[in-house]
Design a protein around this ligand. Structure first.
Ligand code: MD3
Ligand code: FE
Length: 217
């Protein structure tokens, strides 16, 4: 990791937790940059606003989403896919800010993935009560790349299981500044977010924000 990620900042006291083979939590990894990152999210949202997408089955998602990067993850009645333009604006998604890109690459490296070049950043906003049901991320085709996630604002209980929906799940709390790298044997694990509990966070207008960095070929 390069020194300039910490210019004018204390380096974070990162705490590493090995969750499962290929999966590692880097607690506080982006804590020093949290407010800067949230400002960069606000800039993305001015061009590509948060919206509640519809699942192929016709349900509105409780999580509001947008993207930055060369591609963005979208869902509607047609299905789940990656798109090189925002269907709401008809324009390309805003680019991934350099700081965000560098931090995602540095986190992947800490997780043991040295050639990660993310070209998608999905941004999820959870209002109080919003959740994400147990699912696999399998729209990316090449599963040799990890997924890097960064959490901000209100805490949430993350659950992750195995390769079958019915496998038992572990639960862990993700809070502001936590980064998780998911690769290898954990890349196709089922995972989800329990409904976000009421609370207050000074940096996020009382919601939870999660960024997931992905590389699609
Ligand atoms: C484990 N987001 O956007 S991030 C998603 O907090 C998603 O918004 C959740 O699941 C959120 O698809 C969880 C942690 C995460 C992301 C991707 C994974 C865990 C993962 C991919 C494979 C296994
Ligand atoms: Fe997911």
């Amino acid at each position: 990791m390069t020194f300039d990620l910490f210019e004018h900042l204390e380096p974070p006291e990162v705490v590493r937790e090995n969750l499962a083979p290929g999966a590692v939590i880097l607690r506080h990894f982006v804590l020093p940059q949290a407010r800067t990152i949230l400002a960069q999210v606000a800039a993305v949202v001015k061009c590509s606003p948060f919206r509640h997408m519809t699942t192929p089955g016709g349900y509105g998602m409780s999580v509001a989403m947008t993207n930055c990067g060369d591609y963005g993850w979208v869902t509607d009645r047609q299905g789940y896919r990656y798109s090189d333009e925002d269907p709401l604006t008809g324009k390309p998604w805003p680019p991934i800010a350099s700081l965000l890109y560098q931090l995602a690459v540095a986190a992947a490296e800490q997780g043991g993935f040295s050639d990660f070049q993310p070209n998608v950043c999905l941004i999820n906003r959870y209002a109080i009560g919003a959740k994400m049901s147990l699912h696999q991320d399998k729209d990316e085709k090449n599963f040799t790349y990890p997924i890097v996630s960064m959490s901000f604002g209100l805490p949430a209980v993350f659950q992750f299981g195995g390769l079958s929906r019915s496998d038992t799940v572990q639960k862990c709390l993700l809070t502001q500044g936590d980064v998780v790298v998911w690769g290898g044997a954990s890349r196709l694990a089922y995972h989800g977010i329990l409904p976000v509990k009421a609370g207050h966070h000074p940096d996020t207008e009382d919601c939870r924000i999660n960024l997931t960095f992905r590389q699609i070929d």
